[in-house]
Structure formats: structure tokens, C-alpha cells
Design a protein around this ligand. Structure first.
Ligand code: DON
Length: 313
């Protein structure tokens, strides 16, 4: 098969996603996340792959209609809204842009600045969410949901069971919020910000939604399906830079080396990857490796990058 760099051989993209789905659906490695009790109920067999080009073409296969909670992939988009709400300089005083090399839930802050290292790990994401503007908890939640709506092109809803399950068990995240409060890094209303963080993680999406969100970033902040802007173009590079260096946690270096694309994973088993000016990739498969990244998702992205020559360098 000939694959041209300009991706004009679009008909081959459907056969590529079908081949990869067929190749990896029998892969049985990894375990479904269970530290949030509601997440443990999901079937490890679920598997979907979707590509959305910046022209709005959609190629997909597998459990395409299955809804799941977006989890850490939300952090990317909340970071964008925080940048719009507060501006780059203000956000940088609260959340750094350094990769940690540590797990996503590590309880660490930068020794010098007392900032969380980056917005992709939990501590940084909680600090980011605390920056979202709004008169009260409802307005802040509505602004977040409206932001997600712009990216996916339809209304989104919070899975209340997953939200309450994480709120009841999220003591580690609560500890991080208290640590940041101790250093004056977040406002005192930490329960409200934690609720908002747990709610943003429990927003329901399907695999095509993930790919459209990634394609929106690939398309400089404009949703390629609706044609509407989701994010000011000036902040797209901020987001993609942080995704590239920190989006896959303590696998970010190997991912950058092998796949070479800005990406973000979530414990739901979702991964998004962005091919700037070309397309967005979404994969959903709930079995995770030890770093919390979808096993099949990593494999599919590695193969897509190799077959289509997507590595940025
Ligand atoms: O805060 C948490 O632990 C979850 N709501 C999200 C974590 C997550 O998705 C990490 N990703 N691999």
C-alpha cells in the first residue's frame, strides 16, 4: 500500500484502522483501572479506533458508540480554558511545564517554586481546574461543559456514578489539594475545585469524540466537523508542547521517541494523539499498563505512526 505524506490516500485510512483493530483485538495484556470502584466494572474487551482529519473525514472501527468517562484526557482541555481565563503568565505562576518522570498520581511539587510540575499530572490538573473562572460551582461546571461541547460538537454529560465513586475514594487527590493549599498555590475552596476536577474526569465521550477533540487541536483550535472555534489559536501550541513532553506521564520520553506525537492518555483506557495540520487520533481500550496507559492504545498509535510516517521529526 502506498501512503503519501499529505494523507490524500484517504480511502486507505479506513483499511488501516480496520487492520490494526483486527491485529490487536486479541491482545489480552494489562488490567482495567480499579482504584476508582466504578471504573473497575468496564469490560477489558472494549476496543475502538477513530481518525478524524482536519477536513472532517472520519475513519473508525470497533465499539464506536460506547460511552466512557474521559478521565485524564480532560486535563488537556481544562488547561486550554485556564489559559484563556487567566492568560499564560498567570497560569505559569501556578502550574509548571516540566515533565516529572513520575506516576500521574505522585504527591510531589517543585521544590523551589512549590508549583505542581505540569498540568497533565493529577496535582497540576487540580491546580489548573482551580483556575477556571465562574461565580459559583455551577457556573464553573457549566463553563467546563460548554468548553467540552465546543470540542466534541454536541452536549456532554457527567457520569454521576463515576463522579461520586471518585469523590468518595479520591483521598490521594485530596491530599495533593491540601498540600498545594498549604503553599498557597490554590484557593481555599478546595472541595469545590476537587468536585469540579472529579466532574471533568467523569465527562462521558465516545471514541469519535476523542478523535474530534484531537483533530480540533490539529486544526489550530477549530472543530473540523462543526467549523466552530473551540480554543483561541494562540494557546494551541502551549497545549501541544505540554502534551508532547508530559501527556503520557512516565512513558512520555519513550512515547516521544517512538510515536513522536503530542498525546494524552486516561485511566478510562482512552488515548488521543494529535498530528498537527493533519488529523486527530482517538483510541479506546480499557486495559492499562503499569503506567496507566491503554495497552492496545499505545500499540495502535505506535503502528499508526510507523505506517503513516507521522513522527514529527
Ligand atoms: O484523578 C484521577 O486519578 C483520575 N480521575 C484521572 C487519572 C487518569 O486518568 C490518569 N491517567 N492515566
Amino acid at each position: 500500500m502506498v501512503v503519501r505524506e499529505d494523507l490524500q490516500v484517504l480511502s486507505s485510512l479506513q483499511s488501516i484502522v480496520e487492520d490494526l483493530h483486527c491485529q490487536y483485538k486479541s491482545l489480552q495484556k494489562g488490567v482495567v483501572a480499579n482504584y476508582i470502584p466504578e471504573l473497575a466494572k468496564v469490560s477489558p474487551d472494549l476496543f475502538a479506533v477513530c481518525l478524524v482529519t482536519v477536513d472532517g473525514e472520519v475513519y473508525q472501527i470497533g465499539d464506536r458508540d460506547r460511552l466512557f468517562t474521559i478521565q485524564s484526557i480532560s486535563k488537556v482541555f481544562t488547561y486550554g480554558l485556564a489559559l484563556e481565563d487567566r492568560g499564560r503568565d498567570d497560569v505559569l505562576t501556578r502550574v509548571g511545564v516540566e515533565p516529572t518522570g513520575d506516576a500521574f498520581n505522585a504527591i510531589i511539587l517543585d521544590e523551589q517554586s512549590k508549583r505542581p510540575y505540569n498540568p497533565m499530572v493529577n496535582a497540576g490538573a487540580i491546580a489548573t481546574t482551580s483556575l477556571i473562572k465562574g461565580a459559583d460551582a455551577t457556573e464553573r461546571l457549566n463553563r467546563l461543559l460548554e468548553m467540552f461541547r465546543r470540542y466534541v460538537g454536541h452536549d456532554v454529560f457527567v457520569d454521576i456514578s463515576v463522579f461520586t465513586s471518585e469523590r468518595a475514594t479520591g483521598h490521594r487527590n485530596r491530599a495533593m489539594a491540601h498540600l498545594m493549599l498549604n503553599f498557597g498555590m490554590i484557593q481555599p475552596n478546595i472541595e469545590e475545585s476537587l468536585d469540579l476536577y472529579f466532574q471533568q474526569c467523569a465527562v462521558m465521550v465516545n471514541c469519535q469524540d476523542l478523535a474530534v477533540m484531537a483533530a480540533t487541536l490539529a486544526n489550530k483550535g477549530v472543530n473540523p466537523i462543526t467549523g466552530k472555534r473551540a480554543l483561541q489559536s494562540t494557546y494551541v501550541k502551549d497545549i501541544l508542547s505540554v502534551m508532547y513532553t508530559c501527556g503520557m506521564y512516565n512513558f512520555a520520553g519513550e512515547w516521544a521517541y517512538k510515536v513522536g506525537l503530542p498525546a494524552k492518555s486516561g485511566v478510562c483506557g482512552g488515548i488521543i494523539a494529535v498530528v498537527p495540520n493533519k488529523m486527530g487520533i482517538g483510541v479506546f481500550s480499557p486495559s492499562l499498563d503499569q503506567r496507566g496507559n491503554s495497552v492496545r492504545g499505545v500499540k495502535v498509535c505506535e503502528e499508526l505512526s510507523r505506517i503513516l510516517g507521522l513522527h514529527l521529526f
